[in-house]
Design a protein around this ligand. Structure first.
Ligand SMILES: [Zn+2]
Length: 243
């Protein structure tokens, strides 16, 4: 299984960068996790959007979905030239108004995701568990054989988190904050030290921090996390991980 970082900033990008988007490939299967602004242009270095097996959205905040509004045009234009199936998009159906915007004519088909959903794409099995965020956001687990990738989506810390990520080979975790933000009472996202605590308790093998604050030096996040969990690194656009 291969993970490629396409965009790793939120809630808005640094100059020349993109918000959340991660390509996961296993064998002949390819799934895009989240589709924030700027993701489509980076995706095309690796795969064309009409060749994706599915898009899976953690939640419906704009920094995770806004390029869906553009991908649909790419699928439409392609399908006018070459008939084929709709792009499948799996997402929480809440907020309903945001969910309803995702489907597009015969070109993009949507399927609601809950904690009971289990998707099978090639050798990948994809499951979901609720995070803690102002809108319904899922942690997404992709299992392929012995290998396990967990993506946090957006979430603040919650006690069961370490159980949800147990034994992951790679935990791709948002770390929008630093400890000082949590001390000031900021909510809805994780600080780097909280991601690291979860990684430690969850006995994951590797922690990759993402959803970077666009106007801060990410080395502070890295340092904060590494004090707790040494095998931490920063997501960087175009970086690839093989599990
Ligand atoms: Zn969010």
């Amino acid at each position: 299984m291969q993970l490629t970082v396409l965009g790793c900033f939120g809630p808005y990008p640094r100059a020349g960068q993109s918000c959340s988007g991660y390509l996961v490939q296993e064998g002949d299967s390819a799934v895009l996790l989240d589709c924030g602004n700027g993701v489509l242009s980076r995706l095309r270095y690796y795969i064309e959007p009409w060749n994706l097996d599915a898009v899976v959205l953690s939640h419906l905040h704009s920094d995770h979905v806004s390029d869906m509004m553009i991908i649909r045009y790419a699928i439409m234009v392609k399908r006018y030239q070459e008939p084929g199936p709709a792009l499948k998009v799996y997402a929480p159906a809440d907020p309903q108004s945001e969910y309803d915007r995702l489907a597009y004519k015969d070109f993009v088909a949507t399927y609601p995701v809950t904690e009971d959903t289990c998707l099978r794409l090639g050798n990948m099995e994809i499951t979901f568990s609720k995070g803690a965020h102002p809108v319904l956001s899922h942690l997404i687990t992709i299992q392929s054989g012995e290998k396990k990738l967990v993506y946090s989506g957006d979430t603040e810390y919650f006690p069961e988190m370490s159980q949800r990520i147990k034994g992951a080979d790679l935990f791709l975790c948002e770390a929008n904050y630093l400890r000082e933000d949590i001390q000031k009472g900021h909510v809805n996202h994780l600080a780097a030290y909280q991601a690291a605590n979860a990684a430690l308790e969850g006995e994951v093998k590797r922690l990759v921090l993402t959803h970077h604050h666009p106007d801060r030096n990410q080395e502070h996040s890295l340092q904060e996390a590494r004090e707790i969990f040494a095998n931490t690194e920063l997501a960087v656009a175009d970086k690839q991980y093989t599990l």
